[in-house]
Write a protein that binds this ligand. Structure first.
Ligand SMILES: C[S@@+](CC[C@H](N)C(=O)[O-])C[C@H]1O[C@@H](n2cnc3c(N)ncnc32)[C@H](O)[C@@H]1O
Length: 283
């Protein structure tokens, strides 16, 4: 087996592991009272996120992408759809969420239906690196792009799903030293114009501590079911890893806005980039 084939197999395996991990994580969080209370307690500006979204992220997202009624936006790695629903509520734009976790997509779809906006806010199971061509004007990806095995290729794939002058707003965790330089090089390789590039590691540290505190509080409550307790233990393990990595200078969080320079195709339901085994599924 060649090095390329081994790398390809490694990426497929990493994708499968990520999908299983997130399916379990959402089953615990959405499927337990403690999990749902955790999402409410840690919500930033009313948005119950699975990642480290801050109200500042949400505000920059709204001002940078400036969505309006008639626009269509992609929410890549949308989770249970909280931010998609909020973006629609604030702007009137249509939102198409894509996530690799079928559990997340099913929960997001139920929430849109309950909110009475399922025509305007839709969710699909799929890979963020090859989003559907639905004539979206811009896209955002909050704490999800770091799961793409090749950031530059994914950023290019997303650009192909957007119309000319499309924009992508993202926040993501980066591991290892010189993260800003490496991230900058990946964006340069994707041939995009960088319009915002912020190191938001301090906010990551704060959000992570708040998440750990909320999980500890809910764990102490004797009424939690075993599913709820497991959800909180998983969060505590994740946040311990995040905090240790930040302290050791091995993890940071970055927020960026990029503009695509080349006119890209668009329109019609299809895949932007070749996506091995990828099938777009509404649940
Ligand atoms: C940390 S969560 C953030 C979710 C959401 N953006 C939020 O802020 O609540 C990361 C999300 O990315 C999704 N994800 C991971 N890899 C993905 C991929 N290759 N394609 C689509 N979604 C992916 C996960 O299922 C998960 O919902």
């Amino acid at each position: 087996m060649t090095w390329r084939q081994r790398r390809g197999l490694g990426r497929v395996a990493a994708g499968v592991i990520a999908r299983i991990y997130f399916d379990i994580s959402y089953a615990l969080l959405v499927g337990s009272v403690a999990g749902r209370r955790f999402l409410t307690l840690t919500a930033a500006g009313g948005v119950a996120a699975h990642g480290y979204l801050t109200t500042e992220d949400r505000d920059f997202l709204l001002t940078d992408l400036d969505p309006a009624p008639g626009d269509r936006l992609l929410d890549l790695g949308c989770g249970i759809g909280s931010l998609a629903l909020e973006m629609h509520r604030r702007s009137g734009a249509q939102i198409v969420g894509v996530d690799v976790s079928r559990r997340a997509v099913a929960a997001a779809t139920r929430r849109a239906r309950r909110a009475g906006v399922s025509a305007a806010v839709r969710f699909y199971a799929g890979d963020l690196a090859c989003p559907p061509l639905l004539g979206a004007t811009s896209a955002y990806a909050i704490d999800s792009l770091m799961f793409a095995p090749d950031l530059a290729a994914s950023v290019r794939g997303i650009g192909e799903a957007l119309g000319p002058n499309g924009r992508l707003f993202a926040a993501l965790l980066v591991t290892g030293p010189n993260a800003g330089d490496r991230l900058g090089r990946s964006l340069h390789a994707a041939d995009v114009r960088v319009e915002r590039f912020d190191d938001v590691t301090a906010a990551l540290d704060e959000s992570s501590r708040r998440r750990a505190d909320a999980a500890r509080t809910l764990l102490r409550e004797r009424t939690a079911t075993s599913r709820g307790r497991l959800a909180m233990l998983l969060i505590l393990a994740e946040e311990a890893l995040v905090q240790r990595s930040i302290e050791a200078g091995r993890m940071s969080r970055w927020r960026f806005l990029i503009a695509y320079q080349q006119p890209t195709p668009g329109g019609g339901l299809a895949y932007a980039a070749p996506c091995p085994g990828g099938v777009l599924q509404a649940l």
